[in-house]
Design a protein around this ligand. Structure first.
Ligand SMILES: C[S@@+](CC[C@H](N)C(=O)[O-])C[C@H]1O[C@@H](n2cnc3c(N)ncnc32)[C@H](O)[C@@H]1O
Length: 270
């Protein structure tokens, strides 16, 4: 706890990133990874393998852009660095340990950016519950003609989480249909932006959360990304994100993760 607090105090980020909770969330991910290494292993390996599988989509090896690079846990960075002339890692924040880890690769570039274009607007405008909410303006840096492959890496379902927590915890919004639709739209806008690219895309994201009791029985299920629920994936697996004792002593939480390999010209916009 003290280590996490120290990291929060000493890591420098723009004000909105810290105050809205992005830094806290990233520190929590690292902490949870350390506690659940064994349970997360399969998910991390499958994510890495899917990324390597997606290389066949590329028609050149100039640049790969990774959206949601985080702690690089699910990323085969060395292989990508050996394959592409340039590797661009995009995240709303890059922790000092990540900066250090990538410094040994001369062709890896870190871009710090909010890919929804929404967070700072929300932080500055502080919308009231009866007012309107700013819309996302997806920003996919470096995804131009020189880009060979874009990877959206376990980030899609995360995009509305901090913004809606900020609204509920700091601005006293209540859970509502309006908030739910707005959250879904943020995810859909990201998905549409990927679909509009004339570049191959590897999209890895959970779409459903499953709660399992101590006896191994499923007790509840919640959709995290509604429009992915019926899409046919390239691959699918379960991520045992919170074994019993992590989130609750009574149940474990698993995510159902789907991976989509979208060819350059064969994308479907919903
Ligand atoms: C679940 S993690 C993805 C796993 C990550 N690849 C790893 O190995 O840690 C989600 C990542 O998305 C980033 N993120 C969340 N919202 C973002 C946004 N609006 N723009 C850019 N990055 C964002 C977080 O900072 C976090 O690193």
């Amino acid at each position: 706890m003290i280590i996490e607090l120290l990291k929060h105090i000493t890591t420098s980020t723009p004000e909105y990133v810290k105050k809205m909770g992005y830094l806290r969330e990233v520190i929590a991910i690292e902490h949870r990874f350390k506690r659940c290494k064994k349970e997360w292993k399969e998910h991390l390996e499958l994510s890495k393998q899917t990324i390597l599988d997606s290389l066949f989509l590329c028609t050149h090896n100039k640049r790969v852009v990774i959206l949601g690079s985080g702690f690089l846990l699910d990323l085969p960075l060395r292989e990508l660095s050996n394959t592409f002339e340039e590797v661009v890692l995009v995240d709303i924040l890059h922790m000092p340990s990540v900066r250090e880890a990538v410094s040994i690769f001369s062709n890896v570039v870190l871009i710090t950016s909010d890919i929804t274009g929404l967070a700072e607007k929300l932080y500055i405008s502080r919308p009231k519950p009866e007012g309107s909410l700013p819309q996302s303006e997806p920003f996919l840096p470096y995804c131009d003609d020189d880009c060979s492959l874009v990877i959206s890496l376990n980030i899609l379902s995360q995009l509305p989480i901090i913004p809606s927590h900020y609204l509920m915890n700091d601005l006293k919004w209540k859970e509502s249909e309006k908030l739910l639709c707005w959250s879904n739209q943020i995810m859909l806008d990201h998905y549409k932006a990927l679909n509009h690219l004339k570049i191959p895309v590897c999209l890895i994201s959970d779409y459903e959360m499953v709660y399992i009791d101590k006896k191994g029985n499923e007790i509840d299920r919640q959709i995290t990304v509604p429009f992915l629920a019926k899409a046919k994936p390239y691959n699918q697996w379960r991520w045992n994100i919170a074994p019993i004792g992590i989130e609750s002593r009574k149940y474990a939480v698993e995510l159902i993760v789907s991976a989509f390999l979208l060819e350059k010209d064969k994308k479907t916009v919903r």
